[in-house]
Design a binder for this molecule. Structure first.
Ligand code: HEC
Length: 503
């Protein structure tokens, strides 16, 4: 008996040693000793397999999904260069990887190489012309990039390196906005708590050189993905809700992020529902918080998102957003594990539909989407940090695979499409008249007419900042302290038409 027990301990000891050796060989060993097994395959993950993808994944009719690149350990944020090469951040390895564009048309990246290494958990990446901006967990920096050769030029310049990165949520997402400013989302340090540091659970904003720090919005627990809507020009951001309140609460969120707004965490979740721990005694904070525009199912973990604008896609897939749902880690039955599309209805409400599904089935997981990005020719790319892969979703009609459409990183085009409202159009005219009456019947003038009140907020130049959809949305979910009114869909359109033409 004694001998058997000793043998058993010896076996355990040897297995632990072997496991440690494998981890070392795959991750930490100097490059020349490194074995190319993705570490996930040891810790329960899998390697992406084209055959299995074909059997398991499904996309809407007309789209097909294929494996664009495998073996990209911990693939997270995706960004295209102007030449059509794909950058992938791999925070765990401290690297930005470059996947060379598919010039031979075989449906796969031609080659994979490390573009930059030695970074501190790099996650977000974005271009501003030939500057490549990279968000590390404690800040961000930039490096010159030659889009044509796919090479960096000169040294990496850290710009900000004092962002707190202790505790939970160390991934940082960086985007350059149409206002030529840097937006950086910084998640909370905890599951739920009152943050001692005001920079946590926020979206921050900076000038392009890293100066001009400001807290753009707060109360955002962890907004990993965000993008500017081609419909109304606003930022829409995913947000992951807190854990440990059961399988179905709270919902994860999509917020329309506006300057100075507070989005509720840790006091409230979803549409201003009080948190059981932090809600009591904080009803003032809950009341002034802004509700999400869409609720994802609890624990779905929405991460990367992007609006689709490619003219190569059929019309019903333009101006929709795709969101990568990473999937639940602590739900009784698994949920999420797919890419969904969000469709805006004319009343501002959002409809969620499955886009690429099947990463999970009967509890068996073959992948976890982390980011989603529109590439050249309207193709859509998905990163997966579980199967360490990049997938390509292609619209199949009229394609020339070898033709690479340049990606614009300069942000020259205005992304705000103005509404063309003409009073000579009878429908517009009727709406205008009805809107005018609504304006008079409601107490709008009490706050907006300077002749009735000295501290009024005059309405002016509205058409420069809102189009019809955005104005209807504002009337549906006004920014506090403006109260919300119970308007019908028609009434919102009428009032919006009146406001845009009158002010
Ligand atoms: C209790 C005061 C109050 C009432 C009543 C009110 N609003 Fe407002 N409204 C505000 C405030 C305050 C803002 C600015 C909010 C902000 O900080 O963005 C605002 C903003 C707006 C804006 C955006 C202005 C801009 O320049 O971006 C529009 C449009 C608007 N209100 C229309 C209306 C209409 C239409 C009504 C009536 C149905 C109405 N408001 C009733 C207080 C009010």
């Amino acid at each position: 008996m004694k001998f058997l027990r000793r043998f058993f301990y010896l076996l355990i000891g040897l297995s632990v040693l072997l496991a440690l050796l494998l981890v070392w060989a795959t991750q930490f060993a100097p490059a020349r000793f490194r074995v190319n097994i993705p570490i996930q395959s040891i810790f329960g993950g899998i390697e992406a397999d084209e055959q299995q993808l074909k059997q398991r994944l499904s996309a809407p009719p007309g789209f097909s999904v294929s494996l664009y690149a495998g073996g990209i350990t911990n693939a997270r944020v995706l960004r295209f260069t102007e030449a059509g090469d794909l950058l992938v951040s791999t925070p765990r390895n401290g690297e930005i990887i470059l996947l060379e564009r598919d010039t031979d048309g075989d449906g796969q990246a031609d080659a994979t190489r490390v573009l930059i290494d030695g970074l501190n958990r790099p996650h977000g990446i974005d271009f501003y012309g030939d500057w490549l901006y990279i968000a590390e967990s404690n800040g961000f920096g930039r490096i010159r990039f030659d889009h044509q050769t796919g090479q960096t030029i000169g040294e990496y310049q850290p710009l900000v390196s004092d962002i707190p990165d202790n505790g939970n949520h160390w991934t940082r997402t960086i985007r350059i906005g149409p206002d030529h400013k840097i937006y950086l989302s910084v998640g909370s340090s905890c599951n739920v708590c009152e943050e001692p540091d005001p920079e946590r659970a926020t979206m921050l904003r900076y000038e392009l050189d890293g100066s001009g720090f400001e807290i753009f919005a707060s109360g955002l627990r962890n907004s990993v993905g965000f993008d500017w809507s081609p419909i109304d020009g606003h930022i829409y951001a995913t947000d992951n809700g807190r854990d440990l309140l059961g399988d179905d609460f709270p919902p994860d969120e999509l917020n329309r992020v506006e300057q100075g707004q507070f989005y509720g965490w840790p006091y409230a979740h979803g549409d201003r529902v009080a948190d059981p721990d932090f809600g009591p005694g904080n009803s003032d904070k809950i009341e002034r918080s802004t509700a999400p525009v869409h609720a994802f199912r609890a624990h779905n973990a929405p991460l990367g998102m992007e609006f689709l604008t490619s003219k190569h896609l059929p019309e019903q897939y333009q101006n929709i957003a795709l969101v990568a749902l990473h999937g639940s880690w602590n739900r009784t039955t698994k949920d999420g594990y797919k890419v969904v599309s969000l469709h805006w209805n004319s009343d501002g409400s959002v409809e969620e539909r499955g886009f690429v599904t099947g990463f999970e089935g009967s509890g068996h997981v073959i992948g976890r989407p982390a980011d989603v990005r529109q590439g050249p020719n309207g193709d859509i790319y998905i990163s997966d940090d579980f199967a360490n892969a990049i997938y390509r979703v292609s619209w199949n009609e009229n394609r020339n695979l070898k033709e690479i459409e340049p990606t614009n990183t300069q942000l020259q085009q205005p992304i705000f499409e103005k509404s063309q409202l003409n009073l000579a159009d009878p429908q517009v005219n009727t709406d205008y008249q009805a809107g005018k009456i609504l304006y008079q019947q409601n107490p709008c003038a009490e706050c907006h007419d300077s002749s009735s009140q000295a501290t009024a907020i005059p309405l002016k130049n509205l058409a420069n900042r809102y189009n019809l959809a955005a104005m209807q949305q504002l009337l549906k979910t006004p920014t506090p302290p403006m109260p919300s009114f119970e308007f019908t869909l028609d009434q919102r359109r009428q009032l919006a038409t009146y406001l845009l033409l009158e002010y």
